[in-house]
Design a protein around this ligand. Sequence first.
Ligand SMILES: [Zn+2]
Length: 451
Amino acid sequence: MFENIIGQEEIVRTLRSELPQGRFPRSSLFFGPPYAGKLSTALEAARALTCARGSAEWSCGCPSCGMQKELLHPHTVLLGPRYADIEIAACADALMRSRKPATLFLFLRAVRKLTRRFDPSILDTDDARLKGVQEKVARIEEALAECAPGKALPSERELGDILERIISAAAPVAEQVRGDSITIGQVRRLAGWAHLTASGSRKVAVIENADRMQDSARNALLKLLEEPPEAVHLILLSSRRAAITPTILSRLRPYPFAQRSAAEEREVMEKIFRSETPGFESLRAFFLAWREINPEKLSQLARRFIDMVQAAEPAAGDIGAQMAEILPERKAQRDRSSRETGSAFLEELMARFRDLLRGGRVNVDTLEQWNQAVREAHARLETYNMNPSSILEALFYRMRDASRQQGDASRQQGDASRQQGDASRQQGDGARADNERRVSAGERARQEAGR
Ligand SMILES: [Zn+2]
């Protein structure tokens, strides 16, 4: 088990020892930076939990492992927001370049990470936005059947054709799970599913971006976590652990995922996504390119944003212009584009903060306030679906206020140390006077001795 997880040796070691001994908890939190392999690891844990033979080697031929590998196991469900279409496009690209069973699996799984979110057992049928989604999902599945594993892969042209159909059918479906937070309806459906007894098998629910949940959904989840049904495992995933409420956190066993090293990320790009394009410095850059976001431009804008925050008096009107650049009106008719860019921009800001701290260009207190402000902006953007440019503008002023307060504080400290300096200079004068007195006392003593 976990043969295909790149990096994360410590987590893998822990899970390899816990799972076979039945020590894997009923409720857990896989947390860590984006692109650390949290979902792949959670899905592998689900496979290990349901494997009929228990050993769950990747080559295991038991029916349960077969279904898990294709993400078709009825006792494993997936929910939570995700940028599913980016991964589908990247995997389709990989499959076209390398028409092999491994890349076919990769593609298949990328598509099912989307379609399984609309599994009838957890679909919130009261949600009007989801009307008709099951027919769309059925169409995607039909197209997928044409390139199912085990069959000979279609010719290059045919395959290209099938993938094209899947990608365009998946686009509107992916839209449904992109930015939205988890609703109370979904959590209720999940609870219903969890309480249904499954004959002899364990059930696993994987909840991605579990920090993006509305209050009502969070309370419903808390109830489920307080009294989890027998044989059900809830695996929550998050790259923003600080945004999860303490009451929920206290019920989860934490599994911290480390940032993958540059070499490991390269390995993921080359081995998993068969990327032949050199020049992506990270997985993040790789996926940003799929989102049509230029990582260099994003990083430049983040640096400028911080410079303006730190500048004493930014020219009025500049901020609006900055916002317009950060949020290109490329697909103005669809606000998801700007939300996505806004979200990528906030991630980029966080990355720049770490550089600033290393370079000593900002103090720890300011940085802590900035981090908090960005986390809240993220929540407003993704959970409450607010307008990105007003969120970024509010963030700008909040960061500038924090920076100025700290500036004032350090100026006051400066004044205080100047005063201390004066005091010690005076003390210095005092000491010199003392010395002179001692010298003159010595001289007097010598003069007296000389007599
Ligand atoms: Zn098995």
